[in-house]
Ligand binder design. Structure first.
Ligand SMILES: [Zn+2]
Length: 368
């Protein structure tokens, strides 16, 4: 799994991970709640209660974000789109849905499901406040969660792509124009507009002396702008690759290593690393596996002498493969879905080449 995140469990079979930035935001939110928000709203408690309530509230806030993402995930599954995992990070959460939504209708409902879930949660917590008035600490938690879930619903409905509202907006433009590409450009453009608005507001707050708030608003604007620009890039890459075949971009010249070669030899002769990140593994004239720098890095120093390539390779039968006539865009989607950087290219049971992300990049560059 990704080095920047920690898998903490599964919900409905979907892995849930915490990005390391989450820990930072967990501390930050607990701090703001325990030091400023709760003491202002509910004066007169002991410090213990402020911290206890702050930590519990922060955990429940992230549980609310998780439920928001589960709302997206369940709807995505309804439209037969698999959900790879849910990641909680500094700005909340994201459900990593594999592939593009099949229709404007699917995108509309998948995107809307999150804010609707948050809104329902907000109403639910609001309703619970009525039962907790005799328990001030519990009341404080429930009241905050009611407010923050409504804020989450409203914030996410801002029509700036890639926020949920931006996706809802793209789905509507897509439904009207029947053109996914155009809809993405329009939605990303509006998203950048909102991003600049945040940056502008952040600057105003800083000028007005509210440095902390201002930096945070700037940061959100910067994040939204980056996300919008990367969506534009993605659609440009898709346009460049679509309709082209794997055979046009793949490399037919690949390094092969004998299956019984010791890992020590690979390290000593710098066979992997220094620009070469993978090799195919050969035995009796047949390609039987793929070995990458990543595989090699998993091996402990003292085991290098006793292991061979065969011990650490990914057998070709377990590897995802593509055929030379596969669409390049679909090959890239497959790499993303599998989290790999290269795919063996197979024709009639024979490995005839390899396709890497670098090949795709140079293919696009050569087209321009
Ligand atoms: Zn959402």
């Amino acid at each position: 799994m990704s080095r920047q995140s920690l898998t903490i469990g599964r919900v409905l079979g979907i892995p849930v991970a915490l990005d390391y930035s989450w820990f930072l935001v967990f501390v930050l939110v607990s701090w703001i709640l325990g030091r400023s928000y709760f003491p202002t709203e509910f004066p007169g408690w002991s410090p213990f209660w402020y911290w206890a309530v702050a930590v519990i509230t922060t955990l429940l806030l992230f549980a609310s974000v998780l439920i928001h993402e589960i709302g997206h995930s369940i709807t995505a599954r309804y439209f037969r789109l698999p959900v790879k995992r849910i990641v909680l990070f500094i700005f909340g959460g994201v459900a990593q849905i594999v592939g593009e939504p099949p229709s404007a209708k699917a995108e509309f409902w998948i995107a809307l499901a999150g804010p609707v879930t948050s809104f329902i949660l907000g109403i639910l917590f609001q309703w619970l406040t009525g039962f907790t008035t005799s328990l001030p600490q519990l009341f404080a938690i429930v009241k905050y969660l009611a407010m923050i879930n409504i804020v989450l619903a409203v914030f996410n409905l801002i029509p700036g792509f890639p926020l949920d509202g931006g996706r809802v907006f793209r789905a509507i433009v897509w439904g009207i124009t029947k053109n996914f590409r155009k809809a993405t450009f329009v939605a990303a453009g509006v998203g950048r507009g909102f991003a600049f608005l945040f940056i502008f507001l952040g600057a105003l707050q800083i000028i007005g002396g509210r440095l902390g708030d201002g930096l945070w608003t700037l940061f959100i604007g910067w994040f939204l702008d980056n996300a919008a620009v990367s969506q534009i890039h993605l659609i440009e890459i898709k346009t460049a690759l679509e309709g082209h075949r794997v055979a046009e971009a793949m490399s037919r010249n690949f390094t092969t290593l004998p299956a019984d070669m010791s890992l020590e030899d690979i390290v000593r002769h710098h066979i992997l690393g220094q620009g070469r990140r993978y090799a195919l593994v050969e035995e009796q004239g047949k390609i039987i596996g793929l070995v990458t720098l990543h595989h090699l890095q998993q091996v402990a120093m003292e085991e290098l002498a006793s292991l061979t390539v065969r011990d650490i390779m990914l057998p070709i039968s377990d590897s995802r493969m593509v055929t030379p006539d596969k669409d390049l865009w679909e090959a890239l989607e497959l790499m993303d879905a599998e989290g790999v950087n290269q795919l063996p290219v197979v024709s009639d049971g024979e490995v005839v080449g390899i396709l890497t992300r670098e090949h795709l990049v140079s293919f696009i560059k050569n087209m321009a």
